[in-house]
Design a protein around this ligand. Structure first.
Ligand code: SAM
Ligand code: SF4
Length: 431
């Protein structure tokens, strides 16, 4: 979502004649978009500002604006702690970024803009053309969260659930497709809670599927509890909806799920997966896990490992519990650091084994790959298959924006390598 927000911030700043530069030294304004989900992300902000300071030692100071959830959470504290920062702008106030920059330029004021103005934000963004021209483009459809998992800052930094107008989303999607997008990734902290005037995520997917040149639709991140029957049904209908579902579970222990306030059990989660697979047997799953949540016992952790075996996730994102200020879990006693690290290592080793076993099943088979960009190496192109696996092939033809059948020949933990399936192509033409 930060990537989507950063692109939109650029679209707004363009209107006051700012342009992007890749060269750090050239910039006269830095906008640092931030994440507050885990501790390290906050540290990164200070690190980034340190880097800017170094570049501008003995030179005119550039304007420095911190945007996003760290700005929201820390507000004035950030301005007090780091005098180099000219303004903090929360994730629901960034539509005012041009005003903020102009005020800093003209009035040399330091500003705090961290109001929750999500309706106003999207009203204003709806009038500004989304200039993103990536083959795979993000589209924020929903923001905020009402779930209040005990560990999570999102309800405090992004605010309450808000869903954007279906008509405006259709327009923005059409615009992205006319810019060259072939795939749209619908975004929301709780994306399957999307609801605008009785239109749910399933209705939005059906509507967007009508856009002719749009070939693929994905969405992230969904909560198991909001996986309604209509959304399950659509897997039996839509050919554009990709067969990988990111379905965070966080833990395989009912005891821990309850402590986290996740609002479901392991049984409920596995039932949901069963129902989805009945609708579409080719479905695969990825997930997020928090390891060493306060009071997690060895047994709880073993239950998490068992769940991994059952679901056979093709991808997992695992994090050690990070105490976030202001959340209920921050007050709880943390697990011993050594034990926590050992568990994370064991988890990641197992996740890697499951992933590699899956990836081996892809070798010498065909995958349908949408090519997104070219690589530094001559004639190499990067794309993703239907399950979001990264694939690289060589080709004399420019493949960007095309979907091709690829024979996967080898791969490692991050990337699959393949060859364009000319034989297969000939068969199609002969048919
Ligand atoms: N809404 C999604 C859900 O319900 O699972 C998750 C969105 S959250 C922005 C992304 C991931 O960050 C979570 O799934 C969780 O694994 C991780 N996360 C959030 N808070 C965390 C914390 N305090 N410590 C460690 N990981 C955390
Ligand atoms: Fe955070 Fe997701 Fe829980 Fe909402 S559902 S509080 S975003 S982890």
């Amino acid at each position: 979502m930060n990537e989507y927000d950063s692109n939109r911030i650029f679209d707004i700043a363009k209107n006051i004649n700012y342009a992007k530069t890749d060269n750090l030294k050239d910039a006269n304004c830095y906008i640092i978009n931030t994440c507050h989900i885990r501790e390290k992300a906050t540290e990164k902000v200070y690190h980034d500002i340190g880097r800017v300071k170094k570049q501008f030692k003995n030179r005119k100071k550039p304007i420095v604006v911190v945007v996003g959830c760290v700005a929201q959470a820390e507000g004035d504290l950030l301005l007090q702690k780091e005098k180099y920062i000219d303004a903090v702008v929360g994730p629901q106030s960034y539509h005012k970024i041009s005003e903020t920059i102009l005020k800093i330029e003209d009035e040399k004021k330091r500003l705090n803009s961290t109001e929750f103005e999500v309706v106003e934000k999207f009203d204003s963004l709806n009038h500004i053309k989304n200039s993103c021209n990536s083959v795979s483009s993000y589209l924020t459809i929903q923001e905020g969260c009402d779930k209040f998992c005990k560990f999570c800052v999102v309800p405090y930094t992004r605010g309450a659930e808000f869903s954007r107008s279906t008509t405006e989303l259709f327009k923005e999607c059409q615009n992205l497709v006319s810019n060259g997008a072939k795939e749209i990734i619908l975004l929301g902290q709780n994306v399957n809670a999307y609801e605008f005037k009785k239109n749910k995520l399933s209705n939005l997917i059906s509507d967007l599927s009508e856009i002719k040149n749009l070939k693929r639709i994905r969405y992230t991140t969904s909560h198991p509890v909001d996986f309604t029957e209509d959304l399950i049904e659509i897997y039996g209908k839509s050919t554009k909806l990709m067969p990988l579902i990111h379905l965070p579970v966080q833990s395989g222990s009912d005891r821990i799920l309850k402590k986290m306030n996740r609002k479901h059990t392991v049984k409920f989660y596995l039932n949901l997966i069963d129902k989805l697979k009945k609708k579409k047997p080719s479905l695969k799953f990825s997930s997020d896990f928090i390891i060493a949540y306060p009071e997690e016992t060895d047994k709880d952790f073993e239950d998490t490992l068992k769940l991994m075996d059952k679901v056979e996730y093709i991808n997992t994102y695992s994090f050690l519990f990070s105490a976030r200020p202001g959340t209920p879990a921050a007050k709880l006693l943390k697990i011993d650091e050594k034990v926590a690290k050992e568990r994370l290592e064991r988890f990641q080793k197992k996740a890697e084994e499951i992933k590699m076993n899956y990836r081996k099943t892809l070798f010498q088979k065909k995958s349908s790959v949408l090519f997104e960009n070219s690589m530094k190496e001559k004639n190499q192109f990067f794309g993703r298959d239907q399950f979001s696996n990264s694939v690289i092939v060589s080709s004399n033809e420019n493949l960007i924006g095309q979907i091709k059948e690829v024979m996967i020949t080898k791969g490692n933990r991050n990337t699959l390598f393949g060859e364009l399936d000319h034989k297969f192509k000939r068969e199609i033409f002969a048919a």
